[in-house]
Design a protein around this ligand. Structure first.
Ligand code: F6P
Length: 356
């Protein structure tokens, strides 16, 4: 008989509730364990908050509605004063009398929890989630597929209005340090330009692509997908006093629109859409539900096996366990500028920055 905790940490994403559901179901049905939900991650640990989770305790119909519910019923935080409260959190964990903790998080939160687990000698099992899909050693993180679908849907909608008005639509998507989301959704949504943090772009390259579309294919509209962390190669242009400086008020999408208007040799009508937190919301896709469910089940089994500080991971269509320390050493995982997806995009004439 064990008493295990589960928490969700970092930015939310679709599929978190599906993991909670799988953990509660498997732990209670197969092992007859007690499952304790810790609200708001380390904040809940610090305050010794505990919610007993049972198959029938959450809702009139048991926990099944969780499968399709976005967000996280446990709440989450993606910043906090964790380090200065480390000793108190470790003491609280002991007071909660947990035998193990299943933590669903991205690389930032998992790194903090790994430190705490090492210091407190906790049995920690990690489950990767992030719409950025940049946790190393796993091909999939929960939430990524749904976010790609959400962006792809937005690009489809924007393409019709772009075509109707001969406009260039600049679509800013999430991805502060990595561009997996922009690259996947850009290809799936038929973008003409995809700008990523990993591959610097030049405004000449963007304008050349737009001109070619017009001259060669008589395409007077285009879709430009830009990750929020994309960077320009051209320091001179980025210092141009005629352009606004890049600030949170003037995001990269607006900045690129200004650059296009200023440096294109033909008149171009641009519009900017910042998708923002729409990308983190919504009903999880079938694939995210599947990944979340298999991850949740596997995490419980790792606890049963007594595994210390492992992460469940998706590799070659299977769920495996990988050492959390190794994952953290290689995260966040960047887009490979010479990888097959970048090469595929280029082969289709999509401008993805100035790959050397
Ligand atoms: O979940 C990761 C992420 O989506 C980043 O791509 C983005 O920059 C960040 O979250 C924003 O999170 P928040 O607004 O919650 O701080």
């Amino acid at each position: 008989q064990k008493r295990i905790g589960i928490l969700t940490s970092g930015g939310d994403c679709p599929g978190l509730n599906a993991v909670i559901r799988a953990v509660v179901s498997h732990a209670t049905l197969t092992y007859d364990w007690e499952v304790i939900g810790i609200p708001y991650a380390t904040q809940g640990l610090l305050e010794q908050k505990a919610i007993a989770l049972s198959r029938h305790g959450l809702d009139l119909r048991g926990i099944d509605p969780l499968l399709s519910m976005g967000g996280t019923i446990l709440g989450s935080i993606n910043k906090g004063n964790t380090l200065e409260h480390a000793d108190e959190i470790i003491a609280s964990y002991q007071a909660l009398a947990l035998d193990a903790l299943i933590a669903v998080g991205g690389d930032g939160s998992l790194s903090i929890l790994n430190d705490l687990a090492c210091r407190g000698n906790w049995q920690l099992v990690a489950v990767p989630k992030t719409i950025d899909n940049d946790v190393a050693l796993t091909e999939r993180s929960i939430g990524f597929d749904t976010a790609v679908n959400t962006i792809t849907d937005a690009l489809n909608r924007l393409t019709f209005t772009a075509a109707s008005h001969d406009r260039v639509m600049i679509v800013e998507v999430m991805g502060r340090s990595t561009g997996h989301l922009a690259l996947h959704a850009g290809i799936a949504g038929g973008a003409d330009v995809i700008l990523l943090p990993e591959i610097p772009y030049s405004i000449q390259g963007v304008c050349r692509t737009l001109a070619e579309l017009r001259d060669r294919w008589a395409h007077k509209f285009a879709i430009v997908v830009v990750a929020e962390g994309a960077k320009t190669t051209n320091e001179v242009l980025s210092c141009d006093p005629a352009l606004p400086s890049l600030t949170p008020q003037c995001g990269i999408g607006q900045y690129i629109a200004e650059q296009i208007s200023r440096y294109s040799t033909m008149p171009i009508d641009t519009r900017v859409s910042v998708l923002g937190h729409i990308q983190r919301g919504g009903i999880p896709s079938a694939l995210d539900r599947l990944v979340a469910t298999t991850f949740g089940k596997a995490a419980v089994d790792l606890v049963a096996q007594g595994q210390l500080r492992q992460m469940v991971a998706w590799q070659n269509g299977r769920v495996v366990a990988v050492p959390l320390a190794e994952v953290l050493a290689h995260s966040p995982l960047p887009v490979d500028p010479n990888g097959y997806l970048v090469k595929t995009a280029q082969a289709l004439g999509i401008y993805v920055g100035d790959v050397l």
